[in-house]
Structure formats: C-alpha cells, structure tokens
Design a protein around this ligand. Structure first.
Ligand SMILES: Nc1nc2c(c(=O)[nH]1)N[C@@H](CN(C=O)c1ccc(C(=O)N[C@@H](CCC(=O)O)C(=O)O)cc1)CN2
Length: 299
C-alpha cells in the first residue's frame, strides 16, 4: 500500500524565516529601517493568546519590532477602532493585525476595513481582497492572506508548475477558502470551491489533483475521497478529545488519506507554521513598500 510524502511546513517555514531575518538585517544596515508589527488581541481566548505570543516571539527573532496591544474582552467597537486608527498613524508600525476571532459584540468586518490597507498584513481588507481577485500588480499589488500564501508556497515547492491542475478547495471563508481559490486560479489551476452544502462532496473531491481542506471540521475529508497521487493541503486545526487526552487534528483523516495521496501536509507541522512565517514576510513587504524600496524576493 502506498504512503504519501509528508510536506514539512515546519522545516520550510524555518528556512523562510531565516531569509526574512537576512533581509531585515539588510534593511537596517542599508536603509536604517526596522520593520514593525503591531498585534491587537481583544479578550482572553486561550488559542489566540498562544498565537499572539508566537507572533511576538518570531517577530523579534526575525529582528523586527513587535508591538503587542492586549485589550479586555469588554473593549467596545469604538475603543478598538480608536486603537486601529492610532496604529494607522504610527510611522514605526508597518504592519497591523487584529487577532481573530474578536468577541461577538464587535463587528470584525468594520475593524478589518478600518486598518490602512497598506498596513493590512493579514490581507483581509476589502481593498486587498479586490486587488487579489483582479490580479493587481506593482504599486497596487495586494497583501495576500498568510495561510493561503503559505499553502501556495508549499504546493509550488512540492509540485513546481501548478498550471492545468484540478484543484478543489473545501471551505469558503474570507480568510482561507476564497483567497486560496484566487491564488490557485492565478497559478492557472481549474478551481472548484466546495463547502458544507456541496452535493456529492466526496465525488467532487475525488476529481482533484490538489485538495485544500479548510472547513474547520475534524477529519471530515476521508481517505477514499482522495484521488490516487493527489496533493493534500490540510488547513484545519481542531482540538478534540480522544481517550481523555487532547489531540490536535486537521480537516483531513490523515492516516487514511496517506494511503491514497501522493503528498500531504500534517497537522501539526504543516500549514500552521507557514501562517506566522508569511505574516513576517508580509510585514517585511509592507515596510519596504511604505518606504519606496524594492520588495525582497524571499523564494
Ligand atoms: N488575524 C488573524 N487571526 C487568525 C489567523 C490569521 O491568520 N490572522 N489565523 C488563525 C490562527 N493563527 C494565526 O493567527 C495560527 C494558527 C495556527 C498556527 C500554528 O502554527 N499551528 C501549529 C499548531 C499550534 C497548536 O498547537 O495550536 C501547527 O499547525 O503546527 C499559527 C497561527 C485564526 N486567527
């Protein structure tokens, strides 16, 4: 029985972060410029606290400035908008992100769209979504959402040219599913976006040379849904309890899928680490653009 190659996102992201650190050193030496990333966390969601801590640590390790803004769960929408405005106007801050999810009383669309699009290192602002959808380049090139950007980097590294491949993205979120589909389309894949209401989902997934699972449901994509030899990118991060123990699983039933796939990203250690590495890459890009400097080529 065949067993898939594991696509090691931890290793790839470590190499990428190394290149980013070199570029940051160059910016400091040649242009006296230190990129700065501001992360805003509202409330005490335990997983978000872990991600924000990791972002701060990896930002500092890359030689950038990290600004953490922790706000209580009772923060009002107006207070959060005022914080975003303060960061928009701070010249030391080149990248801003508000950690998601925010508490229910806050309108996340309004907050995201209050961020200066040029500092929107998450790439979630409607201007960046529009730029991505229309293939804008040069001075109006988009900031690309970090998880899809990391996923496409892993795919291109593993497969090379993606042109002509059939891709199915399972999940239609603004953060992952939709931008992922745009990036695959840009690489000349034939793209289907499937979701929880898609009819005959297993058969739809079986058509794909590339499967991106981003539904947020533990092990929903089964092994026999995978076309033999397909490349599987598992974006899910789900905490489940098995035999009284907490376990992290993706949206794909990995053990089964490995019997069918050509290659697969594990959870943990696949797409997750790429998310923060790409956030650092976007911060470096944002700092370079804001200072009229050539963007670094990190690949
Ligand atoms: N403003 C944003 N909010 C959220 C984003 C985002 O991109 N921007 N994405 C996720 C959370 N996230 C980053 O914020 C993130 C998730 C997972 C990982 C990661 O490295 N995962 C590890 C496992 C870590 C664990 O044990 O939990 C892995 O997969 O190996 C990094 C970042 C939602 N919110």
């Amino acid at each position: 029985m065949s067993t898939a190659t594991i696509i090691d996102g931890r290793k790839f992201s470590a190499t990428l972060r190394g290149r980013i650190a070199e570029e940051v050193t160059r910016l400091k030496n040649d242009h006296d410029l230190t990129p700065g990333l501001a992360v805003v966390l509202v409330g005490e969601d335990p997983a978000s606290q872990v991600y924000v801590r990791s972002k701060g640590k990896q930002t500092l390790e890359a030689g950038m400035n990290s600004y953490e803004h922790k706000m209580s769960a009772e923060t009002t929408q107006e207070e959060l908008l005022a914080k975003v405005e303060e960061l928009n106007n701070d010249p030391a801050v080149h990248g801003i992100l508000v950690q998601l999810p925010v508490p229910d009383h806050i309108d996340d669309h309004a907050i995201i769209n209050a961020i200066d699009p040029n500092k929107d290192v998450d790439g979630f602002h409607v201007i960046n979504s529009g730029r991505l959808a229309t293939g804008a380049r040069g001075a109006s090139a988009p900031m690309i959402p970090c998880t899809p950007l990391g996923s496409i980097m892993l795919l291109k590294d593993h497969l090379g040219d993606l042109s002509g491949k059939t891709a199915v993205v399972v999940g239609r979120s603004n953060i992952v599913g939709k931008p992922m589909a745009q990036l695959l389309l840009q690489e000349s894949c034939t793209v289907t976006i499937a979701h929880s209401r898609t009819k005959d989902l297993p058969d739809v997934v079986r058509q794909a040379d590339i499967v991106v699972a981003a539904v947020g449901r533990p092990e929903m994509v089964k092994g026999d849904w995978i076309k033999p030899g397909a490349t599987v990118i598992d974006v899910g991060i789900n905490r489940i309890e098995i035999d009284g123990k907490n376990k992290l699983v993706g949206d794909v039933a990995t053990a089964e899928a490995m019997e069918h796939a050509g290659a697969i990203t594990p959870v943990p250690g696949g797409v997750g680490p790429m998310t923060i590495a790409c956030l650092l890459a976007n911060t470096l890009t944002a700092a370079s653009r804001q200072n009229g400097l050539k963007e670094p080529n990190l690949l």
